[in-house]
Design a protein. Structure first.
Ligand code: TV7
Ligand code: CA
Ligand code: ZN
Length: 397
């Protein structure tokens, strides 16, 4: 008895190749692929594997990545290693590997890594296309900053763009929703000239006390795509810029109001939801104050629209909370309720023990771990919703 209750009948598939876990960006780098090991262990410990179809997808190949990326960029990416990298090389810098922040390091097995997470997103897309799944999950994907010839913000290949391209072979309109704390700039840019993809991102936006914009610095409320009426992509992007410390109640209501309106107006035939877990309270890079169930309520809201759905990972820099959130959201997809006491037989149990609060539990109060005051007032959020609704009126059809 896993304490699993499962009243609803959605066909859910889980796309995951465990080889992705073994890649390291470098010891001090915040992106930790082993958070996926923790996620998988939690999912298995609650017995959720019996409620879904499990797939171990093959890595994507060069030609598949070239659906979106430039071949010259991919050739470089496929050949570069820590041994042969020349940091002064013009291509190295032009393709986004340089810079003093070291956001996109060249590490061992880089090509393998990008092929694995993209292969899983493609596998998820194929499952929707051949109607094997209502909801297809890939927690290893969601690398939304990558551009066609540029690595950016821990992202080298944009698996989301490639999955959406596959969906477009059968679906006329695809909605992309992004709840990662960072702006989904790569996906927005890739589809800026088409009305067949609508992109909606919720994110932290603003300048810190040292004058640095929060990465990537784009996605203000006025950014709704090309202004030229002749451009088909006009008004097919919506951005919801949010300040530090937003709480559960505010975020849930903002998300539900805006997303419902977009679905009503755009009437998508499929939805891709990037569920970056760096919007949780206590995230190492994030600034929001969300609890796991509030983050998960966004998945419930999107599920309730009843459209074919790809659910994809993204950021998330406090690994134990990333695993908790994505385990909870897997349960939301299959319609299961999980008990708060973590199963006692999980490997890596110690990762979830010995926290100030939350030790041994699935749903710790992350609000207590906050380091960010709430700078979002209700009237300001009300204004934001009004601006968003106004922006939607520019969309035709
Ligand atoms: C999807 N924030 C990705 C989010 C990508 C965020 C950034 C880091 C960071 C990198 C490290 C590191 C870090 C503790 C944090 C603009 C700069 C910064 C000035 C010259 N520790 C996702 C990317 C973001 C790398 N980048 O959306 C190695 O934090 O802010 C920046 C970039 C470059 C210019 N400089 C300021 O969640 C997956 N990087 C430790 C080691
Ligand atoms: Ca976002
Ligand atoms: Zn992020």
């Amino acid at each position: 008895d896993y304490g699993l209750e499962r009243p609803q009948g959605y066909n859910v598939s889980f796309h995951y190749n465990p080889h992705v876990e073994y890649h390291h960006f470098g010891s001090s780098h915040p992106m930790k692929p082993w958070r996926l090991t923790l996620t998988k262990q939690l999912v298995l410990s609650y017995g959720l594997e019996y409620t879904m179809d499990l797939y171990e997808p093959r890595p994507a190949n060069f030609n598949e990545l070239a659906i979106f990326h430039d071949r010259e960029y991919l050739s470089y990416l496929s050949e570069i290693t820590p041994q042969n990298a020349k940091p002064d090389d013009a291509q190295y810098i032009a393709y986004g590997f340089g810079g003093d922040s070291n956001d996109c390091p060249v590490f061992d097995g880089l090509w393998n890594y990008v092929s694995l997470y993209t292969g899983a997103s493609m596998s998820a897309a194929y499952n929707l296309l051949n109607k094997q799944s209502d909801i297809a999950i890939n927690w290893s994907g969601g690398l939304h900053h990558a551009k066609k010839n540029l690595a950016s913000g821990f992202c080298y290949v944009n698996d989301i763009v490639i999955a959406i391209q596959l969906l477009l072979t059968q679906h006329q309109r695809v909605l992309y929703i992004d709840i990662d704390v960072h702006h989904g700039d790569g996906v927005e840019q890739a589809f800026e000239s088409t009305d067949r993809v609508f992109t909606l991102s919720f994110h932290k936006y603003g300048i810190d006390r040292h004058g640095w914009p929060f990465f990537p610095g784009t996605g203000n409320i006025d950014e709704i795509g090309p202004k030229d009426p002749a451009n088909r992509g006009k008004a097919h992007s919506l951005n919801i810029p949010i300040d530090d410390g937003i709480d559960d109640h505010q975020y849930k209501s903002l998300f539900k109001t805006v997303t419902s309106k977009v679905v009503e107006k755009y009437n998508p035939q499929a939805i891709v939801l990037q569920s970056g877990a760096d919007s949780l309270g206590g995230d190492r890079l994030g600034r929001f104050n969300l609890n796991i169930k509030a983050h998960g309520s966004c998945i419930e809201t999107v599920k309730s629209f009843g459209r074919p759905l790809i659910l994809i990972g993204g950021g998330g820099y406090t690994p134990r909370n990333v695993a908790r959130t994505w385990c909870h959201e897997t349960a939301v997809c299959v319609g299961a309720t999980l008990h708060d006491d973590l199963p006692t037989h999980i490997p890596y149990l110690q990762a979830f023990q010995g926290e100030e609060n939350g030790g041994g539990r699935l749903y710790p109060d992350l609000h207590n771990t906050k380091r960010h005051d709430n700078l979002n007032t209700d009237p300001a959020l009300q204004k934001l919703v009004e601006r968003a609704m106004e922006n939607l009126r520019y969309m035709e059809g």
